[in-house]
Design a protein around this ligand. Structure first.
Ligand code: TXA
Ligand code: MG
Length: 318
């Protein structure tokens, strides 16, 4: 029996009874629970097999609810919130003591965002508490962009996936923290660096190579399919080198043909990076289901969402 349902009232009941519901957002599906319920939050970590040192993102219905959660909003955070909320931007800000330590892994900061998805917003409006929601995938696996991805991962451990269609953006939110009042990108994501810089000026990406629990989304290995994945600048020559392997190809816009290619996923024939980002995880889920010897992915252009896509592909190869 399916656990996918579009019944928002049922989702409200489950969440009010301190249990979990997977919810749609415009980035990826999240595994949601009441931030004030120790029982629900522990279950999130358990179901995902996620280490407790990896903090969660708090999802709010509107900016008026922000004051209950955070104690200090730097001017540039205010500008970013006005520019991108509701939307795929997560801000890491100083937390109020009312936010349970388990949400923030004991940190003084809390990650927050307002999702831009009608179903998520309707649900949040009906609840008297915010929702903690990490991506609804087991730790280190590819994030879900369709309700069925979540069902495949968790049908034996959660009661409901709230149907919200395919995630429009398809990549996790961009996470921004503040050091001495200045913004710093903790995780590349659905909003490009260029769009962020249009609002706050030049911004750096926090030291990528360091395995810092500051943003475990930045851990070197993450977002990986079961199948070994390789990243290349030249699909044709890479595929030729592995004649005896059964290969799945992930291409930006062009087709490649060779007898050892079992399936090719083309992310955007018109080379639209937004379209490619929205299809990336769906393509990885499809290729991974075929039990091939390897997935060969093309490196994307190093600007706009191409940077975020390359970031995820690089982590998947580790
Ligand atoms: O698009 C998204 O952000 C999705 C949807 C469901 O909203 N959520 C998501 O959550 O990607 P998750 O848990 O998979 O990734 C959250 C990232 C983690 O890398 C975590 O370490 C980081 O946010 N994070 C959370 N709180 C933090 C904090 N206080 N300081 C630094 N990083 C934090
Ligand atoms: Mg995640």
């Amino acid at each position: 029996m399916t656990i996918i349902s579009d019944n928002i009232t049922k989702a409200v009941h489950i969440l009010e009874s301190e249990d979990l519901v997977a919810i749609p957002t415009e980035t990826v599906y999240g595994l949601a629970g009441n931030i004030y319920s120790d029982k629900a939050i522990r279950k999130i970590f358990e179901v995902k097999r996620r280490p407790l040192f990896n903090p969660l993102i708090v999802h709010l219905h509107s900016i008026e609810k922000l004051d209950a959660i955070v104690s200090d909003i730097p001017p540039k955070a205010q500008l970013l919130a006005e520019a991108f909320w509701p939307g795929s931007l997560t801000l890491v800000l100083k937390k109020k003591s009312s936010v349970p330590d388990i949400i923030t892994a004991g940190k003084e900061t809390v990650a927050v965002r307002i999702p831009n998805h009608p179903v998520a917003l309707e649900l949040l409006e009906k609840l008297s508490f915010p929702l903690a929601a990490p991506s609804a995938n087991p730790f280190n696996c590819v994030s879900p962009t369709k309700a069925i991805h979540v069902e495949n991962y968790f049908k034996n451990s959660i009661r409901m996936v709230l149907e919200g269609g395919d995630c429009k953006n398809g990549l996790e939110s961009t996470i921004i923290g503040f050091e001495n009042g200045e913004p710093l990108i903790y995780r590349l994501g659905s909003i490009s660096i260029e769009e962020i810089e249009d609002v706050v000026g030049k911004i750096d990406v926090k030291n990528k190579s360091k395995d810092s629990p500051d943003a475990p989304g930045m851990l070197a290995k993450h977002y990986a399919p079961k199948t070994k994945i390789y990243l290349t600048d030249n699909l044709d020559s890479f595929v030729k080198k592995y004649e005896n392997k059964r290969i799945g190809v992930l291409s930006f816009s062009k087709s490649v043909s060779a007898s050892n290619i079992e399936q090719i996923e083309i992310l955007s024939k018109s080379e639209d990076l937004k379209e490619a980002a929205s299809k990336l995880y769906g393509a990885l889920h499809s290729l991974d289901a075929l039990n091939l010897d390897m997935i060969v992915a093309q490196r994307f252009p190093d600007y706009g969402l191409g940077k975020s896509i390359n970031d995820r592909l690089e982590r998947a190869t580790k």
